[in-house]
Design a protein around this ligand. Structure first.
Ligand code: NAD
Length: 276
């Protein structure tokens, strides 16, 4: 165990199971000495996540559906009490909203419900959490991160309304960073490459996307959740104290490619597990 996050208290939203990006980030933060509180979506998720939370000795985990304002207020009040009004970081790793069939086919067919829910769950939820925790984060050189994806800036087949939501999330991150900077609260985004998780499995043709990315990324592979966790640790720790409102790509360089005419590598490299 190292001690980069020793003495820091943080809230993690978005663990659904052991593959969740949020869980890998949480483990890394716990290894570095952070004290963690978790919220999870619903009772059904509980059976997968409670053993995880207990395995790192967390003493605060509550169901919080981000679409339910009363529930959110109540849980954040409990958190305030639990952490005695002090919070040093927030990990926002939740996305959702598209209706059945909207992560395949054409974006133009997105329903009103799918559009608004995607904005509420994947974008406005960051505002909601920050409104409720701002007084705890204030004056503590606090850091907040949220997860975006490359489909925010370029068209990725089937990503559809989630791409539009991620574009809004990235913009939202910049506005929140500007609003909260004078209170000593930094807000940044991470943009991971493709990773096999439950949310990803809902995207039509995800396996092809995963394969395509590994062939065309400069590093000729996909990233690991551990690599995303390492970058998260940097953004949540004081090592990144001069950075706010930024979107950091952790995608084996995929985002910089335009047209790639090189012959596809036959032997695509497998992700390397690097632990620091
Ligand atoms: N997996 C990838 O390839 C990838 C790439 C880039 C960005 N991301 C982003 O990373 C984040 C985490 O996703 P993941 O891939 O770890 O998948 P995941 O399925 O493990 O996590 C998604 C989380 O969102 C939560 N959620 C959805 N609706 C909610 C609601 N109403 N209230 C509370 N929580 C709710 C789910 O419970 C789940 O924990 C998402 O923002 C996703 O868009 C994922």
């Amino acid at each position: 165990m190292n001690e980069l996050m020793k003495g820091k208290k943080g809230l993690v939203l978005g663990v659904a199971n052991e593959n969740s990006i949020a869980w890998h980030i949480a483990k890394k933060l716990a290894d570095e000495g952070a004290e963690l509180a978790f919220t999870y979506q619903n009772e059904k998720t509980g059976k997968y996540v409670l053993p995880l939370f207990e395995s790192i000795g967390s003493r605060f985990y509550e169901i919080m559906d981000i679409t339910d304002p009363e529930n959110t207020k109540m849980v954040m009040k409990k958190l305030d009490k639990h952490f005695k009004g002090e919070l040093d970081f927030v990990v926002h790793s939740i996305a959702g909203g598209p209706q059945r069939g909207e992560l395949s086919g054409k974006y133009i067919d997105t329903s009103r419900e799918g559009f608004t829910q995607s904005m509420i769950i994947s974008v406005y939820s960051l505002n909601v959490v920050l409104k409720e925790t701002r007084h705890m984060l204030r004056g503590r050189n606090a850091s907040v991160i949220a997860m975006s994806y490359y489909g925010s800036e370029k068209v990725v087949t089937n990503y559809n309304v989630m791409g539009v939501a991620k574009a809004a999330l990235e913009s939202s991150i910049r506005y929140l960073a500007a609003d909260l900077g004078e209170e000593g609260i930094r807000v940044n985004g991470l943009s991971p490459g493709t990773i096999k998780t439950r949310a990803a499995s809902g995207i039509g043709g995800f396996d092809e996307l995963y394969d395509y990315t590994s062939k065309h990324a400069p590093l000729k592979r996909n990233v690991t959740t551990d690599e995303v966790a390492n970058a998260s640790l940097f953004l949540l720790s004081d090592l990144s104290s001069g950075i706010t409102g930024d979107i950091v790509y952790v995608d084996a360089g995929y985002n910089l490619m335009g047209i790639d005419l090189h012959k596809e590598a036959e032997d695509v490299r497998t992700p390397v597990e690097i632990s620091i």
